[in-house]
Design a protein around this ligand. Structure first.
Ligand code: 16G
Ligand code: ZN
Length: 534
């Protein structure tokens, strides 16, 4: 049985704030940090139960609010293979977080245990980390109390990027097995990436790369990684003020670049025309590239451009290996993907492509259906998945020529370079650098794969976002009645026009997206659509 009195006593130390309603959404629980202590305490208990459910494997807990403001924070649960918590647990998490007192908290835990047939007598293990937010320390204390109350073995990984925690969770669980994912330590993570990078990179006589670390945990990880990389990997790290209050994600980082579509002011004069720059977000799971043209004009290379680059590269790589049955390379996008990126991947490259709802769990799931599945959100979150069949194919392949041999070795190293557990800005950055190096592309050559259709994203605050319901991977509304008809009638007026309205999964707002042949038209369409929503 559950240690009821310990759990009740601990629960009373972190009373749920009255009137506040929590929901386990796309990114776990996320809100202003001052509301989160009771939630994080309870997540500790849930994670321990999830471990019991999973034959006592390690479950990950990450405390972060990613690209959101510094005063926010959040918490999410990571499954044994580094994946997101399955959606059927989400409503139980929500109920447990909202239980008004210790007695109802215990009832909600019992419901979870009976629903998922959890054997509470099993041992449990949790591994956790947090980003650099000042509120993280108090939240870790709450988490620790939850873990202690239920008698959970725990590993504190301190301040780490979200993808590092995903890596550690999977590597810890697979150590010494057939699916061994790597040495389950932070040095093990850096060594895995750096060794793969060294195998892959050809002579590097390139311009230095500027990395905007968003003043977050990515700055720490980048500095540590550089110790493992060859000295000719020339980078300039910017926005590395990790412990200066108020600067995290402020006027910098991947989300700033994607939403403003401009250079972070702190990079003016740092990024030279023709050179590449990239921005990480606050927990280093999103990546945006960009460059300045000779006239100083800003050009963004977003998640779609990254996906196009990677997909084209992999499809050619696979051909060069000479497999008898080559793995099927496919791409997963969301409704936000630029129309011309979709066209490029499907028409120019002839690759299968599917569109799914926003959120990593949807993309990840769809990408698992390909032999090599490349998924990216336009916002820069993404990775590449290799099916177990594909891994077997690569492992057992007997190349017939030196070229095939060389390319197969490359492919093996690419598997190691990529953090397949979740989008990882640092691993993705190394992957992009390797591909550009192999193709001898500079930023402009990469950018010219296709031209982005001008687009605009508008946020509209609404009283109840639940009134907005969608179908067809969030591309069409079913509710409110007739709103989709209005969207269709507006979109039809614009050449290359496309637009949709979807409820946010993380804020009380709906998002309106529009793209069209010109900047003026994209803005106009977005504004019309947003106007109706009011
Ligand atoms: C979360 C998602 C991200 C998505 C965003 C959309 C994960 C780990 N993160 O941050 O992938 O793009 O939500 O937010 O799934 P929205 O629903 O508010 O537009
Ligand atoms: Zn993030």
């Amino acid at each position: 049985n559950l240690p009821v009195s310990e759990l009740a006593a601990a629960c009373d130390k972190y009373p749920k704030p009255e009137g506040h309603v929590y929901s386990y959404g796309t990114a776990g629980f996320r809100t202003q940090s001052k509301w989160l202590e009771s939630v994080v305490f309870r997540v500790g208990v849930i994670a321990a139960l999830r471990s019991k459910r999973h034959s006592s494997k390690f479950i990950g807990v990450m405390i972060t609010a990613s690209h959101n403001p510094e005063d926010d924070n959040g918490v999410k649960i990571v499954d044994p293979r580094g994946e997101m918590l399955p959606t059927d647990w989400e409503p139980y998490c929500t109920t447990i977080a909202n239980a008004p007192d210790a007695a109802s908290f215990l009832v909600a835990l019992d419901d979870l245990c009976s629903k998922f047939k959890i054997d509470v007598s099993k041992p449990c293990k949790v591994i956790y980390a947090r980003d650099t937010r000042p509120s993280g320390l108090a939240l870790v204390a709450a988490l620790q109390l939850g873990l202690k109350a239920i008698g959970c073995e725990a590993i504190d990984e301190g301040i780490r990027t979200t993808p590092q925690l995903h890596y550690l969770t999977r590597a810890t669980n697979t150590e010494g097995t057939k699916d061994d994912y790597g040495v389950p330590s932070i040095p093990g993570y850096y060594e895995k990436l750096a060794n793969a990078y060294k195998r892959l990179i050809r002579r590097r006589d390139d311009t230095p790369l500027v990395v905007d670390c968003a003043n977050g945990v990515g700055a720490i990880a980048m500095k540590e990684l550089l110790e493992y990389l060859p000295k000719d990997f020339q980078v300039t790290l910017a926005n590395t003020d990790v412990f200066v209050p108020g600067v995290l994600n402020h006027l910098c980082g991947a989300d700033f670049v994607k939403t403003k579509q401009e250079l972070p002011p702190s990079l003016k004069g740092v990024l030279k025309p023709g050179h590449r720059g990239c921005s990480l977000d606050g927990d280093a799971d999103r990546l945006m590239y960009f460059y300045l043209d000779p006239k100083g004009g800003f050009h963004m290379l977003d998640g779609d451009k990254i996906a196009a680059l990677i997909a084209g590269y992999f499809v050619d790589k696979v051909k060069l290996c000479g497999f008898k049955e080559p793995p099927r390379v496919g791409v997963v996008q969301t409704a936000y993907a630029n129309g011309n990126s979709t066209k490029y991947i499907q028409k120019t490259k002839g690759l299968p492509l599917v569109c799914v709802s926003t959120g990593v769990k949807h993309l990840h799931h769809a990408a698992e259906k390909f032999g090599i599945g490349i998924y990216f959100e336009a916002n820069g979150h993404g990775t590449v998945l290799f099916s177990s069949d594909t891994l077997d194919t690569i492992r057992n392949h007997e190349p017939q020529t030196p070229t095939q041999d060389d390319n197969t070795k490359d492919l093996k190293a690419l598997v190691d370079l990529i953090n397949s557990t979740v989008g990882d800005a640092i691993s993705d950055m190394l992957l992009v650098e390797v591909i550009l190096n192999h193709l001898r592309y500079d930023a402009q050559a990469w950018d010219s794969l296709y031209t982005d259709l001008p687009n605009r994203l508008v946020k509209v605050l609404v009283r109840n976002r639940d009134e907005f319901q969608t179908e067809d991977a969030e591309r069409r509304l079913t509710h409110p009645a007739d709103l989709q008809k209005f969207v269709d009638s507006q979109v039809a007026k614009y050449p290359d026009g496309r637009g949709f309205i979807r409820p946010s999964g993380t804020e009380d707002a709906v998002r309106v997206y529009a793209e069209a042949a010109s900047r003026f038209e994209a803005d106009q369409l977005a504004n019309y659509l947003a106007g109706w929503t009011y």
